[in-house]
Design a protein around this ligand. Structure first.
Ligand SMILES: [Zn+2]
Ligand SMILES: [Zn+2]
Length: 222
């Protein structure tokens, strides 16, 4: 910026009246109020003075912020919400890391939460089951498969029935809607996966009979 109005127009340095050093003109901020057009103190000295003031007045400043915060709860809440949203990604990552590192504590925490909110959770599930019957069934099957440690994908029963043209994979006969179940070709208990590949339409009876035989005939998937 133009260091205007120096007594010596050819000067390339300027003396700081604080530290008394000769410094290049760029080391001073422009100040149109000064006769020289430059601050009398160099940038370093100005910055240091600011930092000193900041440190000296810390308590007073903090008290002032606290007072302002107490008088403006709405603004504070809004600010917190905004900041919360802004840092959501970082926070989620941190939570995930904590959960991975503290699997036991996380499980205990979940169990305690479920215990304490049992009634509300059951009520929520009832409502969800009623409003989302297809998803509920698919999710239930998924949870069950996960308990077996199976490889899983979301399997929608209706899709399996449609794919198999409502024919039982165990006895080959047609299946009525009310008798239709999804059978794991290789049972989960034998390491079968919960997937469309390993799923077939089956009569409720056929499925139950296979289950009773301890997994029934082993068929190749593909
Ligand atoms: Zn200085
Ligand atoms: Zn059948």
């Amino acid at each position: 910026m133009p260091p205007a109005r120096l007594r010596d127009p050819a000067a390339t340095t300027w003396r700081c009246t604080k530290c008394l050093e000769d410094k290049p003109l760029a080391a001073f901020r422009a100040n149109p109020k000064c006769r020289s057009g430059l601050n009398t103190h160099c940038r370093d000295c100005v910055n240091r003075a600011g930092a000193d003031w900041y440190a000296r007045n810390r308590e007073r400043r903090d008290a002032k912020s606290r007072a302002w915060a107490a008088a403006h709860p709405e603004e504070i809440r809004e600010y917190q919400q905004r900041s919360c949203r802004r840092h959501a990604t970082v926070r989620r990552a941190r939570t995930r890391r904590w959960k991975e590192a503290n699997a036991d504590r996380d499980r205990a925490r979940k169990q305690r939460y479920n215990r304490e909110n049992r009634a509300a959770i059951l009520e929520y599930e009832r409502q969800y089951r009623r409003s989302h019957p297809v998803e509920f069934k698919a999710k239930y099957a998924l949870r069950r498969a996960r308990r077996y440690g199976a490889t899983v994908e979301v399997v929608i029963a209706a899709e399996v029935f449609k794919r198999d043209r409502w024919r039982c994979g165990l006895c080959g006969k047609r299946v009525a809607r009310r008798d239709a179940t999804v059978d794991h070709i290789v049972p989960l208990a034998r390491g079968g996966e919960h997937s469309y590949r390993n799923a077939q339409t089956a009569h409720f009876r056929c499925n139950a009979a296979k289950g009773a035989r301890g997994g029934g005939q082993l068929r190749l998937i593909g």
